[in-house]
Design a protein around this ligand. Sequence first.
Ligand code: XMP
Length: 317
Amino acid sequence: DWTPATFIQETVQRIKDQVGNGKVVMALSGGVDSTVAATLISRAVGENLYCIFVDNGLLRKNEFEQVLDGYKHLGLNTKGIDARERFYTELAGVTDPEKKRKIIGRLFIDVFHDEAIKIQDVHFLGQGTIYPDVIESVSVHGPSVTIKSHHNVGGLPEIMHMDLVEPLRFLFKDEVRRVGRELGIDQMFLGRHPFPGPGLGIRILGAVSEDKVQMLQEADAIYTQALRDHDLYDKVWQAGAILLPVQSVGVMGDERTYEFTVALRAVTSVDGMTADWAHLPHSFLAKVSNDIINQVKGINRVVYDISSKPPATIEWE
Ligand code: XMP
């Protein structure tokens, strides 16, 4: 019978056998999988696990600080890297979604590689790959895009001549959560909605800029906090705000405005492969809309996405 406790015991032993006194380097994303995987590896090798968490400038508001703090509490030896400028510079003016994904993925690998080689004599790369990733690496996005190309740091093991340590390779998401709970990992990590590797970079339609990131972070933070306050966060599979490249006319006092639109998205789903738009209460949407328009400079219109997948996708890019 599979239980989280026996899984943890056996897995920690297996990692010890594989790694011995070697060093493991690993990229953390703030998500459930990499957090649970890193915690297991650290149980096996302690301070010989070196975690790297990159701020690509496309995370949610305050996420970098909060997540780093969470890792510290878990006892993970984690280095946070502020690479925001590098990402903004390379993304400037790029509008094509696939190009944006490629740039973000490549830069992430560059930044991670630059940090990883500073640690001497590392022979192992930890990864939070779970069973559906192994199957899905075929692609749900069509032939040219591999899902999670960002998270899975594709190509790195070959470049760096490292062996993979993938403790979750045969688990499904709900099992990963159960293992995480058994390991004492905070609900902040375990209950977190999925968030795409390219982050807000693919929720800003068109060109990404620091200004737009800040605008979207504010709107997204208001929306996400409201979902929590109204006990809706755990009732949806995923939610987020999207900044549209459209300006429209509004009024503020007796001035006309010409500002941006934010689309709110929330879906219910079991695995992300199909999804229904979430029927959030109108009173809730009214409050969020008001708060965003009143508090976020540059936004004068909020719309709610009522499209299901298929044929729409969860993300807009
Ligand atoms: P779509 O938009 O294809 O999204 O319905 C399905 C799930 O995948 C996530 N997603 C991504 N995750 N890198 C990721 O790591 C990506 O490029 C990417 N694109 C979509 C999306 O957030 C949803 O959970």
